[in-house]
Write a protein that binds this ligand. Structure first.
Ligand SMILES: Cc1cc2nc3c(=O)[nH]c(=O)nc-3n(C[C@H](O)[C@H](O)[C@H](O)COP(=O)(O)OP(=O)(O)OC[C@H]3O[C@@H](n4cnc5c(N)ncnc54)[C@H](O)[C@@H]3O)c2cc1C
Length: 319
């Protein structure tokens, strides 16, 4: 059979079932749109035990939030498809979406909610502790490690700002300089804030009994810490967007309006793929905002088509 006859047809295909994609699907499903959500099952915060800072959901395991979201969208007839979208391209009526392994979907509109990957510094012992006691976001994890001995790894220029901020949660914050050379002004600010700078290259992170013990330096010293913070490199999963020729900003990120609408008609980008600062609650909000705008876009198209048909069929007959 041809691709056209086997493909499922939807008003909207949402790629990614994190908070952003699921909230878009929820609003669209409730608006009686035919929606599919395709998800590869790798949400960014999966390594964390709890998600914080989301009103009414504070402390919930990340997977539990997504399970509730998935149950909610299916109530409104949204199709959830486990799989990976490999590419998407334009068609006369919208878009064709190719999934790994062969399935094909057709959609009038696309929501790309594929999130980002955190590029972590390559230090022995670090990756396996990510999201547990190797952390990145004081707003997500600061409360849980408050008043404890904390370290900030000097692997990226943002580490100085992170250390200054983190001091708000603990009086014992050390900046492990590693490859960073703070300026005199930065050192003055760190000292004034009570943040110690420890010079020396980091060799590895040391753990005992499944918990971080500290950070080993190249002089053999182990700086004992309960948790360390890093500044990861945000790497948006944006191949679909740029495969469709969406415009980028000067930093290489997709450009959107306030609803997530990209430069390509019919394509929206929401959540971390469009904004690395989006937290779970704001990613969900971006999904909802996109769904409202997208529904009106579909509505305009439908009204335009109906007006065209009614003009073509001539004036209505008196009843
Ligand atoms: C360790 C850690 C802890 C965090 N803690 C918190 C916290 O406490 N509070 C908070 O608010 N935020 C927290 N965050 C941030 C939070 O993870 C993000 O704000 C949130 O995940 C963004 O949601 P999203 O829907 O944009 O992306 P994601 O949740 O990452 O979801 C994107 C989904 O798209 C899927 N996908 C990607 N590409 C494809 C494809 N081609 N085809 C199909 N599916 C695809 C992925 O598999 C994934 O399931 C934390 C982040 C990390 C790393």
């Amino acid at each position: 059979m041809s691709e056209k006859s086997t493909a499922e047809r939807y008003d909207v295909v949402v790629v990614g079932a994190g908070a952003a994609g699921l909230n878009a699907a929820l609003v669209l499903g409730r608006a009686r749109r035919r929606v599919a959500v395709v998800d590869a099952g790798e949400p960014r915060n999966a390594p964390a035990a709890h998600l914080q800072g989301f009103l009414s959901r504070d402390g919930m395991p990340p997977a539990a939030l997504l399970a509730v979201g998935r149950a909610e969208v299916t109530r409104y007839g949204v199709d959830l498809i486990d799989g990976r979208v490999e590419d998407a391209g334009p068609t006369e009526l919208g878009f064709v979406v190719h999934l790994a392994g062969g399935p094909v979907l057709h959609a009038r509109r696309l929501v790309v909610a594929t999130g980002l990957r955190d590029g972590l510094p390559e230090l022995p012992g670090l990756a396996e502790r990510w999201g547990r006691d190797v952390l990145h976001c004081p707003y997500c994890h600061g409360w849980e490690v408050r008043d404890r001995p904390l370290g900030v790894l000097g692997t990226a220029p943002g580490a100085v700002g992170q250390a200054l901020l983190l001091r708000q949660w603990s009086a014992d914050v050390v900046l492990l300089a590693h490859t960073l050379a703070p300026t005199d002004t930065e050192r003055e600010r760190l000292a004034a804030r009570g943040v110690r700078v420890v010079e020396g290259r980091i060799v590895r992170l040391v753990a005992d009994d499944g918990r971080l013990r500290g950070v080993e330096l190249d002089n053999g010293q182990v700086v004992t810490r309960d948790a360390v913070f890093v500044v990861p490199q945000p790497m948006p999963r944006d191949a679909l967007l740029f495969g469709l020729d969406c415009a980028r900003d000067d930093n290489g990120w997709v450009t959107t309006d306030r609803t997530g609408r990209t430069s390509v008609p019919g394509v929206w980008a929401v959540g971390n793929v469009a904004d690395p600062r989006a937290q779970v609650v704001s990613a969900a909000g971006m999904g909802a905002a996109a769904a409202f705008a997208l529904n009106h876009d579909l509505l305009d198209e439908e009204i335009g088509r109906a007006v065209g048909l009614s003009r073509a069929s001539g004036p209505a007959l008196p009843v």
